[in-house]
Design a protein around this ligand. Structure first.
Ligand code: TYM
Length: 372
């Protein structure tokens, strides 16, 4: 009886020590401390560098363009080192048809260039062609605890709709961290939906810097407001490529007539005149937001200027503005897609430029970990 009691006491203490160790490690990985003086000195050596990515899961929509891609285009003027990656490895976390994926990679390359990404200035490349991304993802994965990963929403959201979801869907935020850290990016322009993934990349950078050697800067997010461009059929949700109803979004390859039909059939309300009230009139607010983003005009000024129009007339006005943005992109995309060889050459050049930088950084990382 006494032996049992002593045994139980020992077991209990072992469990307690284990728990403290686990919590300590989790704390180590999650602590949101600011950079130390030593970090800052080291980071001063990192040149400003922008990294962003987009999945090749079909033609981007107006929300992707207005809140993400257009920002990247503007940033090209401010930053000497900028990467835009077509993140094909992220897209295979859910089932993809191989032929469609191959096509979508080129569609995305054409689309980014048609939107204004200058492939001579910006390093535009296909993620899977630089194998260091997955190599670094493994190293970072060894620093990331399961509880830290389980907090991220992508698994909870997507595993509900995907039958028998794979482990990649659970771990892909680690790959996203690797994308960012591999190039020692200092600025990451993304929509709000990606902030939580960026926090993981900062935490993993901190963990690595503390455990091995100070190598990674803590990249700052530059947030685009994804909440502004909503689904045309249900303004409670954001406009999304994954919505099975194509009438729910404006794709950058939609014809002028199709844009007109989609806007005409977009869900609004029964109030005849125009007013801006995102809470009470989300459908109308969505139209005004798109108009506002395209023309860089405040919603209040739009209401002032177009307040005399009824909803049908206003929808026609918004269609004009949208087509003024979408149709030139559509036309240029069609032109670029007619020369696939050229698109492959652009992506190959991007791969070579990205690989050169990734290789140098990867050597330093492996050295720090003891793999070299
Ligand atoms: P993805 O492909 O879902 O989206 C690409 C970018 O578009 C933004 N976005 C939107 N912006 C405005 N309105 C919307 N309705 C809307 N929907 C999406 C997203 O916030 C994103 O910035 N995991 C990422 C891709 C990625 C990445 C990276 C990004 C992989 N590695 C490294 C930055 C850095 C994704 O799935 O994005």
């Amino acid at each position: 009886m006494r032996d049992d009691f002593i045994m139980a006491l020992i077991m209990n203490n072992i469990l307690k020590v284990k728990r403290v160790f686990r919590c300590g490690r989790r704390y180590l990985l999650q602590r949101n401390e600011s950079a130390t003086a030593e970090d800052l000195t080291k980071f001063a050596e990192c040149p400003p560098c922008v990294f962003s990515g987009i999945q090749p899961t079909g033609v981007p929509h107006l929300g992707n363009y207005l809140c993400a891609i257009r920002k990247w285009v503007d940033m090209q003027q401010q930053y000497d080192r900028m990467f835009v990656s077509i993140v094909d490895l992220h897209s295979i976390t859910v089932p993809q048809d191989p032929a469609t994926l191959r096509e979508n990679i080129l569609v995305m390359a054409a689309c980014l260039m048609a939107c204004g990404i200058d492939h001579e200035k910006t390093i535009l490349f296909q993620q899977s062609t630089v194998a260091y991304h997955t190599e670094l993802a493994w190293i970072l994965g060894c620093l990331c605890t399961l509880p830290r990963l389980s907090k991220l929403p992508q698994w909870k959201e997507k595993s509900k709709v995907v039958k028998d979801p794979g482990v990649g869907l659970y771990t892909y935020p680690i790959l996203q961290s690797a994308d960012i850290l591999l190039y020692k990016a200092t600025v990451v322009p993304v929509g709000e939906d990606q902030i939580i993934h960026l926090e993981l990349s900062q935490d993993l950078a901190r963990a690595f810097n503390r455990i091995y050697s100070i190598i990674f800067p803590y990249a700052k997010p530059l947030i685009g407001d994804v909440s502004k461009v909503r689904c045309l059929k249900d303004p409670a949700c954001k406009m999304s490529k994954s919505n099975p109803n194509p009438m729910s979004r404006i794709d950058l390859q939609d014809s002028a007539d199709l844009v007109a039909t989609k806007i005409k059939k977009s869900v609004t309300d029964s109030i005849r005149l125009l007013s801006y009230d995102p809470q009470e009139r989300p459908g109308v607010a969505n139209l005004i937001n798109m108009h506002s983003l395209i023309t860089n005009t405040r919603p209040e000024d739009i209401v002032q200027e177009f307040g005399n129009l009824n909803k049908v007339q206003y929808k026609e006005k918004v269609t004009e503005f949208i087509n003024g943005t979408v149709q030139p992109i559509n036309k240029e995309m069609t032109r670029l897609l007619s020369d696939k060889h050229y698109l492959h050459t652009v992506l190959d050049t991007g791969m070579n430029r990205a690989s050169e930088i990734a290789e140098v950084n990867m050597k330093e990382i492996k050295q720090a970990v003891g793999l070299r």
